[in-house]
Design a protein around this ligand. Sequence first.
Ligand code: AMP
Ligand code: ZN
Length: 486
Amino acid sequence: MNWFSNLFKKRNGTEHHRLPQVFLSNTLSGNKELFVSQKPRIVLLYSCGPTVYDRAHIGNLRAYVFSDILVRVLHEAGYHVQRVINITDVSHLVGDGDEGVDKMALGASRENTTPLAIAERYTKLFIDDLRELNVDTDDIRFPRATDYIQEQIALAKTLEEKGFAYRLADGLYFDTQKFPGYGKLGGLSGVRMEAGARVEVVKGKRHSADFVLWRNAKPNDLQQWNSPWGRGNPGWHIECSAMARSMLGQEIDIHTGGEDHIAVHHNNEIAQSEAASGRTFVHYWMHSAFLTMNGEKTSKSLGNTVYLSDIVAKGFHPLSLRYFFLQAQYRTPLSFSFDALASAGNALDRLWKISNEIAKESKLKCESSEAHNRFLAAIRDDLGTPQALGILWDSLKSEEYTPEEKMLLIEDADAHLGLSLLSPPQVGTVEEADIPMEIKEMLAHREAARISKDFKEADRLRGDIERSGYHVDDGLNGPVLTRTTL
Ligand code: AMP
Ligand code: ZN
């Protein structure tokens, strides 16, 4: 390769063309687009993180499994992904419109401790949950908002100096009317500005879409810092703009979050970042749809939350939840129920067993098949996880492919979907010592029922044992127990 062809390659972006094509839905344009990174083979990715005043519920976790699939797809296509998820540990009002409760203070008073102790506890639990769901957290940076207060102040100061902010009695506000195209994400420009013009929320606010950059401290605020505007704390939106800028730079490739963040939080991030830098903040905005329960969004305030720990306590393997999520494409709302989770768990269990059998049958050398190409095309088409799972199942059940072809598909499916297909948790015969006491009791009652020929009762107990994740067979030397889910 000589200098001329190197230069030619750079100018014409052929570096990109040598990587497989990945298509992503971009909320900014409203279209599915071919992904092109700014720098060859490098992706800068920022995902809005949780407010760590409580456990993340399974709705929150859906948002991070979605971004994990995105990272895997880009990584497998040959990109190096630099990834940040911020941790909101600052005491501020996290309602969209400068209202709402101070969640960190709420958590601290609930557990009779400090906001930082609360943050520490729930950050750890959040990262543990991600790990249990096979999200590779080693490659993610998790910056804490409290470690970036000076960066947030500096950004707010720049906005004030450039004429995008004004002071009110309770703090510094962003002037949305100074930012042309405010509300462009999700095509909300006109809607937000018109609706805003009619409603006056905070006294002195020039427009109701204007939002706080820095709020003056109230006497009993647990967390407060010095700033050019006096003691106080940063607004919620400035946190993401400042942290994305500090960790990844002024222009990033992809920003993800749940769809609830489109209208306000992400439009405000764009306004702050672009007003300060004069550059495009994010090239691809991606949003995942809600997880619902009985037709409503799962949320702490609605009180219909389920946690990963609840799922594990009921005897499901955490990856059953991951499989359940992948059955829907990330932009489709998904309705959660324990029955649906049980079906997902059973399907994953079967997939583990089939993968295990194929691994034993196939020789060392793996071969590519036409199904394999279809799998890759599906997952690279806006993360088509349900289609990809369908192709995987059809191919593994089909007689058309050799074990070696199936094995290569399993390997690639594992890399893209993260379902531990190559190293499934032990499913099979259970050692005596590992049988939980209540299962032992059910087994003993069932044996007694069988001996006294009460087969109805024996069957009822077998059903109970099945529902607890075990299967009982009557062997020559007594009952044999196997685990069906882990
Ligand atoms: P929060 O801590 O509320 O900022 O939420 C963290 C992430 O979870 C954000 O990206 C939210 O959009 C997302 N999220 C919150 N509730 C749900 C839900 N019910 N379903 C899917 N995503 C959600
Ligand atoms: Zn954010």
